[in-house]
Write a protein that binds this ligand. Sequence first.
Ligand code: GAF
Length: 382
Amino acid sequence: MHDPAILRSMHRDRFHAEPVIFVAPGRVNLIGEHTDYAEGFVMPAAINFATLAGISPRTDGRIAIYSENYREEMVFEALPAKGNKGWTDYPLGVVSILTREGHKIPGFNLSIWSDVPLASGLSSSAALEVATALAVLSLVDATYPGPVLARLCQRAENEYVGANCGIMDQFISANGKENHSLLLDCRDLSFKLAPIPDHVALVIANTMVKHSVAGGDYPTRRRESEAACAVIASHRPGVPFLRDATLEDLDKWGNEMEPKSLMRARHVISEDLRTEAACEALLRGDMKELGRLMNEAHWSYSKDFEGSCAEADAMVELAQDLPGLIGARLTGGGFGGCTINLVEQKDAAAFAKSLAERYEARTGITPQIHICHASGGAHRLE
Ligand code: GAF
């Protein structure tokens, strides 16, 4: 699927230079939604959709970036001080952060190609940032450990793009492991690898409803959940993040919170508990419990966090009685995008077909359904 030869010849034709090529994957999150910025737990896996970045240096100091997806080349005389709300903000944000870290980045040509579906909650932005970071760092012979690289890319998105995301997407793109999901503690970035058994397929069902982290709903939900945390912290100063709060705290002080804040916090606190339990279930091979936790997580996300949409709820409902389903839920930042369905491998093709038919009949929308597997993290190709 990810053929570096195509990117290489595209880069040569356009820029008349030989590129060095890097790849960074998108991701799916099995469970643990909107917990990362609350310093809690997430359990993503990198997937076999990825972004390729080919780079070669220039001598005139300019930055030229071509995206095959947007069929657009943009040339910058120098690094713009801030983003302009376009797709180039992601690679330029990375250059900006690396420059602030003290790297003297020369001019360069960058060619981008990606098969991570855009605006679908599968972290196309993080894949672009991480692939760019590896490419740009290669110009100055620098490397970083995966977790540090992820933090730098998250800063690019927070500080340059202006999207208030957590660490999950960049982390898994940089540190994913073939056939594994990873229970990440977003407080100290320590993680536990959880193998995904061979008999289980990751079936990703795209509702075709567009998702965006930069849009209004993500930051609103984040603010609402943080407001709940502030109420708890006013009684219990040892609670800087919802990661440190308990459901008992909500029983005690929930009446001092805005009703929506209370609901958001109930989702986040219970989601952390579910995520750690889901990892334990996966590690001991208890697929039934894993599926139960995923389903519970979906409805918590939908009802308490109000982070779903009618189409994603339908996609989850319609999967429930299909043969082979282990668990289904909306994955990623929410308000559209994809559901993740853990499905017995032997049933995956029939599951995908039936789910697509049912969804189209219910909503009138033709979904895209992909049977994926967990892949490795970002690296140099060839
Ligand atoms: C988006 C964000 F980028 C992540 O940091 C995370 O908050 C996720 O939404 C929700 O779990 O993907």
